[in-house]
Write a protein that binds this ligand. Structure first.
Ligand SMILES: *Cc1c(COP(=O)(O)O)cnc(C)c1O
Length: 485
């Protein structure tokens, strides 16, 4: 097993060992030189440090190594040109407090990205400030709350959310002081109109909806849904974390939504996962324009400027103007696809339907209808034979595939949520289908190792409950817990 860097320590090891006679340290104030006996620092050479981290990074799975069908996460290929553009000196080293006239290029890029997102979403105005999808939801909910405050409807405290929703939806609504009202999906896996009617009333603030929903299914009654919510005086919030399925075909505005957020790090390619930087811009219809966080970026026909002129603004939701490098990458991806963003969506949907129709012959598909960019299988058939979804996901780790999202959404038993994205070739999709069939065979045949995977991964089976409940990431001289395997 890989040692921790601390365990590689050899006391006194240094790459360079300059003495006080050789270097005049007097320019450093003594506060930087204070000895802190409590701090444990590994003592290894620079070369060993490099090798240590290279070895760790080689163990990492990434999209450049293999297929990464993590449903709801849109692990598409991130074109390298995005990185090259985001690291251009004039972008990377720009100071956020520079005057408007000194950063026209950056402001122009942000303005044009706002415009592109307006076109894609149909909304009237967009703020690029939120730093992630969940942050976009929170921003959107704050806008909705303030709108009802300003219009004298403080009683509107209920936010309706279907049981298939991403966990961040109820969390964002609750963080904003709303009551979360959950409604059950119907047998189609869609919003149940009768259930919706029952909970709509004069206290309804909003309905939060993902469309296509987390089952990868399009809410075909969306126009009826938006009519009902609006008739009750509520607003509609669109969780567009993943807009991969609909670009150019429809948009949140046409569906009747009032507020939406979009994860640039999913739909428009930026490395994500592991908590890396993201961007969750929020867009609104005309009547909510004044509530957006400030500043947005404006253009007066001559030059670009930071626009603080939003009468009812909810204020700032992040330092400065958002995660600028992610904005550059997203804009780069949009330009890279020219006028063919619609094909991106078409390919993502085609890939998902191709896989779904092959895989449903061996895995139970609870909602057997055309899917959008992702679909959700159930591991129930395999579980009956002794191998649950977790076992199959661990089995996948012994092939060159990242497991799909599992046990989400909660409304599907033993859920296996697969999202291939548009960036994969048919050959890769077939490789994945083949390995899934092989796993189904192994389960059918009672393969002796089926519950013991991964056999080849750097870390074997861990006690996941223990790891989640006793998260302990600080090194101690005598490690209290060690990984099993
Ligand atoms: C990923 C996702 C989110 C949350 O986005 P983050 O950037 O991880 O905060 C919200 N809703 C849906 C449907 C998602 O897929």
């Amino acid at each position: 097993m890989t040692k921790l860097i601390f365990e590689k320590t050899k006391e006194g090891t240094r790459t360079t060992n300059l003495t006080e006679e050789e270097v005049d340290f007097s320019f450093l104030s003594s506060k930087y030189l204070k000895d802190n006996d409590d701090t444990i620092m590994p003592e290894v050479t620079e070369l060993e440090v490099m090798r240590h981290y290279k070895e760790l990074s080689d163990k990492n799975f990434c999209i450049e190594k293999g297929f990464y069908p993590l449903g709801s996460c849109t692990m598409k290929y991130n074109p390298k040109i995005n990185e090259a553009l985001a690291s251009l000196d004039n972008f990377a080293n720009l100071h956020p407090l520079q005057d408007d006239e000194d950063c026209q290029g950056a402001l122009e890029l942000m303005y044009k990205l706002q415009e592109a997102l307006k076109t894609i979403s149909g909304m009237s105005a967009v703020s690029l400030m939120p730093a992630a999808g969940a942050h976009g939801e929170l921003t959107g909910m704050m806008i909705i709350r303030k709108y009802f405050d300003v219009t004298g409807q403080k009683n509107r405290k209920n936010v309706i959310i279907p049981d298939s929703a991403h966990g961040t939806n109820p969390a964002s609504a609750a963080m904003c002081g709303f009551n979360v009202v959950e409604i059950a999906s119907d047998e189609r896996g869609l919003v149940n109109l009768e259930e919706l009617k029952k909970v709509l009333n004069e206290n309804t603030a909003a309905l939060m909806l993902t469309n296509p929903n987390t089952l990868g299914l399009f809410e075909e009654d969306i126009l009826k849904i938006s009519e009902l919510v609006h008739a009750a005086g509520g607003l509609l919030y669109y969780d567009g974390a993943n807009t991969n399925a609909i670009m150019g075909y429809t948009n949140p505005c046409l569906m009747g939504f009032d507020v939406f957020h979009m994860n640039l790090h999913k739909t428009f390619s930026t490395p994500h996962g592991g908590g890396g930087p993201g961007a969750g811009p929020v867009g609104v219809v005309e009547k909510l324009k004044d509530f957006l966080p400030v500043p947005t970026v404006g253009f007066d026909g001559n030059s670009y400027f930071r626009d603080y002129d939003h009468k009812h603004t909810i204020g700032k939701v992040k330092a400065f103007y958002g995660n600028f490098s992610v904005l550059v990458k997203a804009y780069s991806y949009i330009l890279l696809n020219g006028n063919r963003l619609k094909e991106v969506s078409a390919d993502a949907v085609l890939n998902a339907n191709y896989m779904m129709n092959k895989l449903k012959t061996r895995f139970y598909l609870p909602h057997d209808r055309q899917c959008m960019h992702e679909f959700v299988l159930s591991g129930d058939w395999q579980k009956e034979k002794g191998a649950n979804t977790l076992a199959m996901a661990k089995r996948l780790m012994d092939s060159n595939f990242h497991p799909p999202t599992i046990y989400f959404p909660h409304i599907v038993h033993e859920a296996i949520m697969i999202e291939p994205t548009e960036s994969e070739t048919k050959e890769r999709l077939d490789d994945f289908i083949d390995i899934m069939f092989k796993i189904a065979d192994e389960v059918d045949n009672g393969d002796k190792d089926i519950l013991n995977h991964p056999l080849n991964a750097p870390v074997k089976r861990v006690d996941e409950t223990y790891a989640a409940r006793h998260l302990d990431l600080a090194y101690k001289k005598q490690p209290q817990y060690s990984v099993v395997g």
